[in-house]
Design a protein around this ligand. Structure first.
Ligand SMILES: [Zn+2]
Length: 237
């Protein structure tokens, strides 16, 4: 009978720790570009909002200007009518002109109200534009801050990841060849969950009970993969 393969009991604990730390580091490394993209999208959102607000203000001002022109032509017309009124040749013509003037004066008063309202709304939009400009400024500052933070953080995280990768390689080299192959397969499939600690005779990866004979093998440092979830089992310290 060949001697069963034996693993240093602490190496599996070490491997699991390194895998978990690496997963954590990688997710922190991934978070950086995501944070930058989110801050960038936020800047874009506020810039769009500013453009829209300015466009609306422009339309509003154009409408007000048009109404001003209408008002002016209305005033010219009333002036002409008053001249005609002075030279009216009949009472009938005089009455008709008076009615027309009254109608135009009414239209003028409506226009004046509308212009006043449009001007008030334009003033309101000046406030909206100022707020939108402020929001763009804040979003740009935030983006810059995120960019700097991520750039400062990244080299540290990368250095830590490199150090851990080297540590992992060293630890993996201590595994017997026939175990390493199987271990690598499980790592490819499960990542940091490739290993699981046995607690109170249960696999903490899948919560299934480990038979006693298997538990003994784990204690003896033999490679045991959980029958239900495939994780490489090890004991707590
Ligand atoms: Zn399991």
């Amino acid at each position: 009978m060949p001697t069963p393969t034996k693993i240093d009991l602490s190496v599996l604990r070490t491997l699991h720790r390194i895998h978990r730390q690496l997963t954590d580091l990688k997710s922190r490394l991934d978070r950086g570009p995501k944070q930058i993209r989110a801050a960038e999208a936020n800047v874009q959102h506020h810039e769009d909002l500013l453009v829209r607000t300015k466009d609306e203000a422009k339309t509003l001002r154009k409408n007000a200007d048009q109404k001003q022109l209408q008002l002016k032509s209305n005033e010219d017309k009333v002036r002409e009518l008053r001249v005609k009124l002075n030279g009216a040749s009949s009472n009938r013509e005089y009455q008709a002109l008076l009615e027309q003037i009254a109608a135009d004066e009414m239209a003028k008063s409506v226009l004046e109200d509308e212009i006043l309202e449009a001007m008030e709304r334009t003033d309101g939009f000046q406030k909206n534009i100022a707020e939108a400009e402020e929001a763009v400024k804040t979003a740009r500052q935030k983006f810059e801050q995120v960019r700097v933070e991520v750039a400062e953080r990244e080299p540290h995280l990368t250095a830590d990841a490199d150090r851990l990768e080297a540590e992992l390689k060293t630890a993996e080299e201590t595994l017997p060849d026939e175990v390493r192959e199987k271990y690598r397969r499980v790592v490819r499939g499960l990542g940091e969950d490739a290993l699981a600690v046995v607690e109170n005779q249960y696999c903490t990866g899948c919560n299934q009970k480990i038979p006693l004979n298997m538990l003994n093998q784990v204690m003896l440092g033999q490679p045991v993969f959980c029958k239900s979830c495939g994780r490489l089992l090890y004991l707590p310290e």
